[in-house]
Ligand binder design. Sequence first.
Ligand SMILES: NC(=O)C1=CN([C@@H]2O[C@H](COP(=O)(O)OP(=O)(O)OC[C@H]3O[C@@H](n4cnc5c(N)ncnc54)[C@H](OP(=O)(O)O)[C@@H]3O)[C@@H](O)[C@H]2O)C=CC1
Ligand SMILES: CC(C)(CO)C(=O)C(=O)O
Length: 331
Amino acid sequence: MRILVLGAGAVGGFLAGAFHEKGHDVSVLARGPHLAAIKSGGLRVRRPDGHVSTCAVTATDTPGDLEPQDLIVTTVKAPALAEVLSSCKHLLQRGTPVIAAMNGVFWWYGSGFKVGGQTPECARLDPGGTLADLVPVDQAVSMVIHSTNQVVEPGLIENRSARNRFVIGAATAAGADRIRAMLPSLQTDTARFELEEDLRRPMWHKLLRNLSTAPASVLTGGMAYEVLNDPDAQPIARALFLEGAAVAQAHGFAGLGDDVDSVFAPGSGARQKPSMSQDVDLGRPMEIDTMLRIVQDFARQAGVPTPTLDVVVGLVILRARLVGGYPPAGG
Ligand SMILES: NC(=O)C1=CN([C@@H]2O[C@H](COP(=O)(O)OP(=O)(O)OC[C@H]3O[C@@H](n4cnc5c(N)ncnc54)[C@H](OP(=O)(O)O)[C@@H]3O)[C@@H](O)[C@H]2O)C=CC1
Ligand SMILES: CC(C)(CO)C(=O)C(=O)O
C-alpha cells in the first residue's frame, strides 16, 4: 500500500518505520532539520534493545507533490491537525481512510453518539467544523496510542516500549470495514494494531492515564513516575483520574476507575515527561483543548463535578500561555 504519515515525529516516525518494515511504500510529512536528516540519512528508529533500523521513506514538506495514497495517518499534535490536513486536501477525495493518531478526545467523538438522548457538545474538538468539511465521515478514523517515543535528534526516533499497541476505530461501519481489510498487512512483531467497534471506551481508558500525569507534570516538571509516586502529588493525580472516570461513566463507559490502584501501584509510571510536558519545554502548541478542556465541557454538560480538574486546568493554561503554547486570553 501507499501510506502517508503526516508529521513523522515521535509516534509518526515509529509508525512510518513499522509500515516500511512491512514493505509498504511510505511517505512522510516532516520539516526543518528533521526533514533534512530523513532525506539524507533515512528515518532511523532505535528500539529499547538498542537496535536501529534505517528506513528509506519518501520525505517531503509539500504533500501537494504526492501521488494518491491508500492510507493516511496523522501523527501531529491536535492543534496542527486542521492545518496539516488542509495542506493535502487533494489526497482526501478518494475514499482514503484518514487515521488521526492522537492522545485526547478524537475529533469525530460526537458523530453518531448520544448521551441522555443528546449529542454531546464537541465544538472545541473541531473549531469551525474544518475537519468535518475536509474528511468525509466514512473516511474518519482515529487511533489510541500505547507506545512511548521521542525524537532524540533530527532523523532519529527513540522507541521506549517493548510492546507497541495501537487501537483503531472508525466513525462508520463502512469505514471500519476498510480498516479491517488493511489490518493484516500492518501487523509487525513490534507494532500491533487492533480494531474496536467503538473507540470511545479505549480512548477514555488512555485519557484517564494522561489526566493523572500530564497536567501535574506540566506544572511541576516531574516525570510521569514522579507524579504518580510522590506522596503529596499522588492524591491530586488520583483525583484527576477518578474525576475523568466519572465523566466517562456519564457517557456510558462505566468501570474505568476500577483499576485506579494498579495505575498508582508503587513504582508505576514512565521515567520520562509526558508529551504535553515536553511541549512546555519546547514551547510547542499544547493539546489542552482536546485532552483537558473538553473533559470539563463534558463534565458540565453531564452535571459531573470536577473540582480538581477545574483548579489544575486553569494553572496549566497559564503555564502554557507563558511559554507560547496556548492562545492568549481573549485571543
Ligand atoms: N510521544 C509519545 O510517546 C506519545 C505521544 N502521543 C500522542 O501522539 C500524538 C503525536 O505526538 P508526538 O509524536 O509525541 O509529537 P511530535 O511533536 O514528536 O510529532 C509531531 C511531528 O509533526 C511535525 N509537524 C507538525 N506540523 C507540521 C507541519 N505543518 N508540517 C510538517 N511537519 C509538521 C512536527 O514537527 P516540529 O517538531 O517541527 O513541530 C513533529 O515532527 C499527540 O497527540 C501525542 O499526545 C501518545 C502517546 C505517546
Ligand atoms: C507515553 C505516555 C503514556 C506517557 O504519559 C503518553 O501518552 C504521553 O507521553 O503523552
